[in-house]
Design a protein around this ligand. Structure first.
Ligand SMILES: Nc1nc2c(ncn2[C@@H]2O[C@H](COP(=O)(O)OP(=O)(O)OP(=O)(O)O)[C@@H](O)[C@H]2O)c(=O)[nH]1
Length: 323
C-alpha cells in the first residue's frame, strides 16, 4: 500500500509513477503556454516539488521544499481542498506575503488538489506564469483533466503494489510466502554485504502436524500453524524476514553485527509456547546456519537455507531416536 505520510519517491516502485507524471506535467505546461508547471506534495511541515516541467524559465526544480507556514498558492488549494485561480496576484493584498509573487515575480496561478487513492490530500497539480492572465473555463477543464490522469496513475501504482504484496504473502499466516521471502531476502542480503554484517537463517518445522490434522481435523491444524507464525513474530525482530515456506515449514532470515545467538531465540520461542500451553501441544524442530556477508556470493541465501534445513532434519531425527 502507498503510505500517504511518506514522500512519494520514498515509496516502493515510485519509478513506475514519476516518469509518467513528468510527461504529464511537461505537456500540461506546454498546452497552457506557461513557463512553470508542477506536482507538489503537501507534507506536515513542508511542501515539496515532486515534478517540475523542464523549462529554463521555471525557478523551481524537483526536490525544492518550502515550509508549510509560508503563504504559497498550493497551501491555499490544500487548505480549501478546491481549485484556485489567481490571474493577477500583484494586485491582490492577500498574496503580498507570497514569495512566489514578491520574490519570483509570478502573477498567475491555476491549480487543483491532487488526492491519494484513499481520498486524502496528496498535494496539488498547477501551472504558474509571470504574466497576468484571464483564463477561461477551458484552462480549468484542462488542469482538472491532468489532475484526473495524475490520480489515475497514482491509483494504478497503489494497485500494483498491493498485487505484488498479495502474491508474496502467505494467506493463512500473513507472513511472506516463499516468493516474498526471496524478494525480501535479496534486499537484506545487499544491506548485510554493505554493512559487512552476518546473516543467519533458521529453519523451523512443526512436529507431528499430520497426526494433529488426523486427530483434531484440518481446521485445528491450521490454527496450530497460525499460532506458530504468531510466536515467531513475537520472538524475532520486525526487521527479520519471517516466511512460511510451505506446509508446516518456516524460515527466518536475520542480519546483525554479531553472530545471532540462536539459542536465546529458541529459548524465547519455547517460553512463549509454554506460557500459552496450547492444546494440542505444539513442538517444533529447527536448524540454524550463518555466515559473514562480506565474503558471500549471491547464492548464499539458498546455501544457508539448505544448511539450516539439514540441521533441522538432524534435530528431528535426534528427537525421534530418543522416543
Ligand atoms: N492443517 C493444515 N495442515 C497442513 C497444511 N499444509 C500442510 N499440512 C499438513 O502438514 C503435514 C506436514 O507433513 P510432515 O512435516 O511430513 O509431517 P509431520 O506430521 O509434521 O511430521 P514431522 O515433521 O516428522 O514431525 C502434512 O500432513 C500436511 O498435509 C495447512 O495449511 N494446514
Amino acid at each position: 500500500m502507498l503510505q500517504p505520510e511518506q514522500w512519494i519517491y520514498e515509496q516502493d516502485r515510485d519509478e513506475l509513477l514519476l516518469p509518467a507524471w513528468q510527461r504529464l506535467v511537461d505537456l500540461m505546461a506546454e498546452l497552457c503556454g506557461t513557463p512553470a508547471g508542477f506536482i507538489v506534495q503537501a507534507g506536515d511541515e513542508k511542501y515539496k516539488v515532486i515534478i517540475a516541467n523542464q523549462s529554463v524559465e521555471n525557478p523551481y526544480g524537483a526536490g525544492v521544499t518550502i515550509d508549510s507556514d509560508v503563504n504559497i498558492f498550493c497551501r491555499e488549494v490544500v487548505r480549501q481542498d478546491t481549485g484556485l485561480y489567481v490571474g493577477n496576484a500583484t494586485d491582490q493584498d492577500e498574496w503580498i506575503s507570497n514569495p512566489e509573487v514578491s520574490e519570483d515575480g509570478f502573477n498567475t496561478y491555476l491549480g487543483y488538489p491532487l488526492h491519494w487513492p484513499d481520498g486524502s490530500t496528496f498535494g496539488t497539480i498547477c501551472v504558474m506564469d509571470f504574466l497576468k492572465t484571464d483564463y477561461d473555463s477551458r484552462y480549468h477543464k484542462l488542469i482538472k483533466h491532468f489532475r484526473d490522469m495524475a490520480e489515475r496513475e497514482l491509483s494504478l501504482l497503489d494497485k500494483n503494489i498491493q498485487l505484488e504484496s498479495s502474491a508474496a504473502t502467505d494467506h493463512l499466516t500473513n507472513l511472506f510466502n516463499r516468493k516474498g521471502f526471496f524478494i525480501a531476502a535479496e534486499q537484506l542480503f545487499k544491506s548485510a554485504k554493505r554493512n559487512k554484517a552476518n546473516i543467519g537463517i533458521s529453519y523451523f518445522d512443526i512436529d507431528n502436524l499430520k497426526p494433529i490434522n488426523d486427530t483434531y481435523g484440518h481446521k485445528v491444524g491450521d490454527e496450530v500453524i497460525m499460532s506458530f507464525a504468531r510466536y515467531l513474530r513475537e520472538t524475532f525482530r520486525e526487521v527479520d524476514i519471517i516466511a512460511r515456506f510451505g506446509g508446516d515449514e518456516f524460515v527466518v532470515m536475520c542480519q546483525g553485527e554479531k553472530q545471532l545467538d540462536i539459542t536465546i531465540m529458541i529459548r524465547r520461542l519455547n517460553e512463549l509456547l509454554a506460557q500459552n500451553d496450547q492444546q494440542p501441544s505444539l513442538t517444533f524442530s529447527y536448524g540454524y546456519a550463518s555466515l559473514n556477508a562480506e565474503s558471500l556470493e549471491s547464492d548464499v541465501v539458498e546455501r544457508l537455507i539448505n544448511m539450516a534445513d539439514g540441521e533441522m532434519y538432524k534435530d528431528k531425527e535426534t528427537k525421534k531416536n530418543k522416543k
